[in-house]
Design a protein around this ligand. Structure first.
Ligand SMILES: O=C(O)c1cc(=O)[nH]c(=O)n1[C@@H]1O[C@H](COP(=O)(O)O)[C@@H](O)[C@H]1O
Length: 231
């Protein structure tokens, strides 16, 4: 298991509440993920505030645009000093290659560049509706192969696909898995879910966990319980 595999998804519309929660968490036990909602509301200042508190930040903006635009966007993320940044693999090979090349000047300080395959909220039926006539698992493998060929550091996928992808692409290709639900917690809008322990056993490297921690009555206790369950 990698050091510090838990990434807490901060999905809040209120900065004060988010920082109140963050101040209850421990950077030795987790990293933090900022997504579209918080970045749109609070911008790079929030990223800095989290970094100043000692947390690694995953900037989850899922870039999907023409190659030049995405290359510039990941450069801006690298300038912010984030630990991880992501793009949509469905943006294509040229887009992902442009993003990877844009990070070369940052060397060892470059953020990990990860591609989203098929969102964990998508079922195979929903994929059909957007014109993908393959199962979710097949589409994930196809997009992961494209991300691997583009030289990315790994993919976001559901833990249910982790075993196949780890076997196919090897240890160095990192698997970031949302849709993680500790036993007994609310599934919410997620479709392809797994418990933290089973996800790691299946080959996941990083577990993205939001509501089971952020909406818990005792967030640090929830984080610690998950941490204990995977030791
Ligand atoms: O890229 C992501 O982080 C992501 C990809 C995906 O396929 N599914 C997914 O749920 N996510 C994110 O992971 C987090 C999951 O949060 P919870 O469902 O509250 O644990 C949210 O911030 C989502 O935006």
């Amino acid at each position: 298991m990698l050091e510090n595999p838990i990434v807490v998804a901060l999905d809040f519309d209120n900065k004060f509440k988010a920082l109140q929660l963050v101040d209850k968490l421990d950077p030795c036990l987790c990293r933090l993920k900022i997504g579209k909602e918080m970045f749109t509301l609070f911008g790079p200042d929030l990223v800095k505030e989290l970094q100043n508190r000692g947390f690694d930040v995953f900037l989850d903006l899922k870039f999907h645009d023409i190659p030049n635009t995405v290359a510039k966007a990941v450069t801006a993320a690298a300038e912010l000093g984030v630990w991880m940044v992501n793009v949509h693999a469905s943006g294509g090979l040229a887009m992902m290659e442009a993003a990877r090349k844009a990070l070369l000047p940052y060397g060892e300080n470059a953020p990990l560049l990860i591609a989203v395959t098929v969102l964990t909220s998508m079922s195979s039926e929903e994929l059909q509706l957007v014109g993908v006539h393959a199962s979710a698992a097949e589409q994930v493998t196809r997009l992961a192969q494209l991300s691997f060929d583009a030289g990315l550091n790994g993919v976001v996928c559901s833990a249910q696909e982790a075993h196949t992808l780890k076997h196919r692409f090897g240890e160095d290709f990192k698997l970031v898995t949302p849709g993680i639900r500790p036993q007994g917690s609310d599934v919410g809008d997620q479709k392809r879910i797994m418990t933290p322990k089973s996800a790691l056993d299946a080959g996941a490297d990083y577990l993205v966990i939001g509501r089971p921690i952020t909406q818990a009555a005792e967030p640090l206790a929830a984080l610690e319980a998950i941490y204990q369950s995977i030791r």
